[in-house]
Write a protein that binds this ligand. Structure first.
Ligand code: SAM
Length: 276
């Protein structure tokens, strides 16, 4: 019988964020496939664990993926750890998961740290509907084309970005979405110098003018205003109110949020909700 591939999320800055279940899984598996063995070794030392490690990173994914698969098929269990956060989210792992699924090897994903989720929850921007765009293309022409395609996107948008490209990306975002669009710049999350700057795109450009930013960033950008042509009905509003109430909001707050999200009259929606 094939062994299991465990996707083990690791801290994005604070070693205390490794969960008990993740630590137990690392202890139990036969071996660990690590994006950077030095980084994972540091975590294992913190946990007082010793475990055989093999390298699995973007540029050896095909060859190393085959080796991991063979060992899984032979009955060994494996934990996949990337440098930080949840494996397969903008880092190696996606292909390995697909390969395992293809060969009917069980895959178990553990919940844990993920930079985009931490950023979204702290952004103070709407969280009900969002879209994760990962890293924008490096090439400026392609990056602009991607942003152009997002011009009408109404959901909150999340981007990962490297510090040396941040200034150029902020300028492109301002050009594509306009200076007034709100952004939460989430830097060094869970680390000592964590900083969340909630401002506009113009404010963000101004903040980093003439400065080389340092640290890791998630950009959370407000979606475009709802299009006048896109008509939502009171019935759509009531459905959304029900969902929000299921998430724990009071009727009043659920109506307020649903009306804002769908561009409906708050009074009309509240009256309809009372009649239910
Ligand atoms: N798999 C990871 C996850 O679950 O978040 C993401 C890996 S991706 C290669 C690395 C990017 O995640 C960084 O360039 C940055 O955009 C974001 N990131 C990771 N840690 C972060 C942190 N502590 N603060 C802000 N952004 C972070």
């Amino acid at each position: 019988m094939a062994g299991t591939l465990y996707l083990v999320p690791t801290p994005i800055g604070n070693l205390g964020d490794i969960s008990r279940r993740s630590a137990e899984t690392l202890e139990r598996v036969d071996f660990i496939a690590a994006e950077d063995t030095r980084v994972t070794l540091k975590l294992l030392n913190h946990l007082g664990l010793k475990k055989p490690l093999i390298s699995y990173y973007r540029h050896n994914a095909e060859e190393a993926g085959g080796q991991v698969l063979d060992r899984l098929l032979a009955g060994e269990s494996c934990a996949l750890c990337t440098d930080a956060g949840t494996p397969a989210i903008s880092d190696p792992g996606e292909e390995l998961v697909a390969l395992c699924a293809q060969h009917e090897v069980p895959v178990e994903a553990l919940p844990g740290p993920c930079a985009l989720v931490v950023a979204l929850s702290a952004s103070a921007l709407p969280t009900a509907r969002f879209v994760f765009e990962g890293f924008l293309p490096m090439n400026r022409k392609n990056r602009r084309a991607r942003l152009e395609a997002l011009a009408g996107e109404e959901r909150t948008m999340l981007f990962y970005e490297a510090p040396h490209k941040l200034t150029a990306t902020l300028a492109d975002l301002e050009e594509a979405f306009g200076p007034e669009r709100r952004i939460s710049l989430c830097r060094e999350l869970t680390k000592l110098h964590e900083e969340i700057l909630r401002t506009t795109l113009a404010g963000a450009v101004e903040r980093y003018k003439g400065e080389t930013p340092r640290g890791e960033f998630v950009l959370v950008v407000e979606g475009a205003p709802a299009q006048a042509g896109e008509e939502y009905t009171v019935a759509d509003g009531l459905e959304r109110v029900e969902t929000l109430r299921g998430e724990g909001l009071s009727r009043k707050d659920a109506v307020k949020q649903a009306a804002k999200e769908l561009g409906l009259s708050r009074n009309e929606l509240y009256a309809a909700a009372l009649e239910l």
